[in-house]
Design a protein around this ligand. Structure first.
Ligand SMILES: [Zn+2]
Length: 111
């Protein structure tokens, strides 16, 4: 049988010292952002409630980005910046669709 393993390149990504502990971001910012985004979409389906829904949706998305859930990683093949979830192991480039592994490097806090 043929060896189907592909040599996937690894991108090193430095993680900044978080302003908030990761647990807090994961269990408060992320669910809050998701709920606000979902409720925003639901309210936007009704024309009248879209006045409340759209700002709620935008606020939810902002919360997800501020919460540090999303990070940008550059594709080693085509230099395209891809949005990935923090601490995800790999991603598929949006432009060239090639798989790339991510190696997260934790920046040590200064003594
Ligand atoms: Zn690419």
């Amino acid at each position: 049988m043929e060896d189907l393993r592909i040599d996937i390149p690894t991108v090193e990504k430095y993680m900044k010292k978080p302003l908030l502990p990761y647990g807090l971001k994961r269990f408060i910012f992320y669910p809050a952002g998701m709920i606000m985004t979902a409720v925003g979409i639901a309210l936007s389906l009704t024309l009248f409630l879209a006045i409340i829904g759209i700002p709620l949706f935008l606020a939810g998305m902002t919360l997800l980005v501020i919460g540090g859930v999303a990070q940008t990683v550059q594709c080693p093949y085509c230099d395209k910046s891809n949005m990935v979830r923090e601490r995800s192991e790999d991603f598929k480039c949006k432009r060239c669709e090639k798989p790339v592994k991510i190696s997260w490097i934790y920046e040590k806090p200064r003594p």
